[in-house]
Design a protein around this ligand. Sequence first.
Ligand code: EPZ
Length: 430
Amino acid sequence: MDKYVIKGGNPLVGEVEIGGAKNAALAILTAAIMTDETVLVENIPDVSDINVMLEAISVIGATVERVDRHSVRINGSTIGSVSVDYEFIKKIRASYYLLGALLGKYKRAEVPLPGGCNIGSRPIDQHLKGFRALGANVTIRHGVIYASAEDLHGAHIFLDMVSVGATINIMMAAAMARGNTIIENAAREPHVVDAANFLNSMGANIKGAGTDVIRIRGVERLHKTSYTIVPDMIEAGTYMFAAAATRGDVLIKNVIPKHLDSMTAKLEEIGCEVEEFDDAVRICAKKRLGKTHVKTLPYPGFPTDMQPQISVALCLANGTSIVTESIFENRFKYADELTRMGANIKVEGNTAIIDGCELLTGARVSAPDLRAGAALVIAGLAAEGVTVVDDIIYILRGYEDFDLKLRGLGAEMERVSDEREIQKFRLRVG
Ligand code: EPZ
């Protein structure tokens, strides 16, 4: 399995371009099959989760034509089956969006219970509650969710907790249900807004996305569109904290600065300079970082998908920081790996107590999931000596050209596939 090998210690300096949001694209590519006309989606990131999703929709019969690395044309008129194969589902969690899309369009869907990153128990009861409220009969048999509705109709749905997936999934099904739906306690993430904008561009009638009440008036059919995915706030945030942890100076281009507010605020709190432009942010860390406390929350709070990355920066800060994870219970699996690099990080329940140290030292570590993997790369970039990050298959799920972009900022790192290449790298960097 491929690994990243990193010689740390260089501040990251330069410019980096951010791609389209993976989590918006996963929803939008699925929603694209809800019309029988051809849809063009641009600015999709070339990452493995997206490629698996495209494969899954082509396996059920949709026509998927890759226009270039970041654009795809999808036509859902050729779909021959509402039953999705387990092979695809087990790889990505967002395959649950096929339930909402197929149920909305065909009033019937058969989708195995999803897999995905192992960051804690990830129930989908709120998705199913929403579909049932819309009139669907939903059962789970032998690991497969069967949903069907004779009359898919509008409903008033109050989500028990703020869920990105449930909000988008219910929104998709309700877009083609009869009558009006109201989703209360809806998620407000930029990818929810992007999915709603996309559906509206296909003729749906969705209002209020970005607030906690979303109103949907169902329509009978959706039509063709061309759509560009929003920039990825988590990819951007990852480079922001990489700049901070390495005491670098990085201009992060093609972002929506408003989406980054919670991260910008924390970076300023720990002593970084953050300059905002129309579609870029510059992070400059001139001195040792300071401590802070942070708790992950639904948007516009600090994202759970940035928790490992900020924790790495805090491992190098002056003082003791407390990081509380309130969304997923199993998202500190990287802490033991950081300890091997000299970090003082103690996890108790959903809290990590981090005593900042002056220096991390390179070690062999293993990526436990996507964002934790990215965080270990940041640790390697900041550490003295050589770090090897194993299991980068997780990182490739969500970061396009991670090593290439980091090398563009002066990082000494390579993607390698065996021990011989690691040795060669060690000899070369000295
Ligand atoms: C999305 O997952 C993202 N995935 C995750 O990104 C992200 O961490 C998460 O939202 C939170 O922002 C995709 O968009 C594909 P949730 P999702 O439903 O939708 C509980 C990454 O690194 N819950 O918002 O699955 C749940 O257990 C990934 O890119 C229920 O109890 O997350 C969690 O505690 C990882 N029942 C909380 O709600 C439900 O039916 C929020 O989960 C649904 C959720």
